[in-house]
Write a protein that binds this ligand. Structure first.
Ligand code: GAR
Length: 225
């Protein structure tokens, strides 16, 4: 059983997908604390509905980034969490925080990295006119949206799509690949070799049905579909 801190800023739908898979026994993990930098985040309500401990830490109340991150660190240390899961946390973490949790911070990004890092990735992809878009779960390193990639889902972009409709379809797959990635960590099946992430005994890929096409690599396991 691994213990998690989940950092959010908004709706928390990814948090919800992780909670659901912990509650149905698919992930052997415990969410020790949910941290939001936004007191209005709907994800805080989700945490409450599932009796999870939550903390609001507004960055605006701190003198500088380091003071803010010092408090973040204090919280995750107090709760003795193994991993920090960034689930729509819209703050960049500095090396000060990241060094303390080297290879123990995961992020989900709504694009096929290294394409379209940063904000509004779904709109960036739709406006660029790419034909394949998707989402990425990766370890966090010192550069934004850059660390070693654990799993990606790729889907075709429909001709009529804008950033919003594309974002909705991507989000659906975020909700599958993030719980899957965390379950691999919980099963101790993830090894890092430089930038390369090796998942022990994983299938090479998963292909979704023709009416809902997606390619996921490494392969999504059945209970996460
Ligand atoms: C998700 O689409 C996530 O990938 C994105 O924010 C959304 C949060 O939704 N994260 C980023 O863009 C990080 N660069 P949620 O609060 O419903 O999980």
């Amino acid at each position: 059983m691994i213990s998690l801190a989940v950092f959010i800023s908004g709706s928390g739908s990814n948090l919800q997908s992780i909670i659901n898979k912990i509650e149905d026994g698919s992930i052997h993990a415990e969410i020790k604390v949910v941290v939001s930098n936004n007191p209005e985040a709907y994800g805080l309500k989700r945490a409450e509905q599932h009796n999870l401990h939550s903390v609001v830490l507004e960055h605006t109340r701190f003198a500088d980034r380091q003071a803010y991150e010092r408090e973040l660190l204090r919280i995750v240390r107090d709760f003795k969490t193994d991993y920090v899961i960034l689930a729509g946390f819209m703050r960049i973490l500095s090396p000060y925080f990241i060094h303390e949790f080297q290879n123990r911070i995961l992020n989900i990004h709504p694009a096929l990295l290294p394409s379209f890092p940063g904000l509004h990735a779904q709109a960036q992809a739709a406006d660029y006119g790419v034909k394949v878009a998707g989402c990425t779960v990766h370890f966090v390193d010192e550069k934004m949206d850059h660390g070693p990639i654990l799993i990606q889902a790729a889907l075709p972009v429909l001709p009529s799509e804008d950033g919003e409709s594309l974002g909705k379809r991507i989000l659906k797959w975020e909700h599958k690949i993030y719980p899957q990635a965390i379950s691999w960590l919980a099963q101790n099946r993830v090894n890092l070799e430089g930038r390369k992430v090796i998942v022990k005994n994983a299938k090479t890929f998963f292909l979704g049905p023709a009416d809902d096409p997606v390619l996921i690599s490494p392969g999504l396991e059945e209970k996460f579909f």
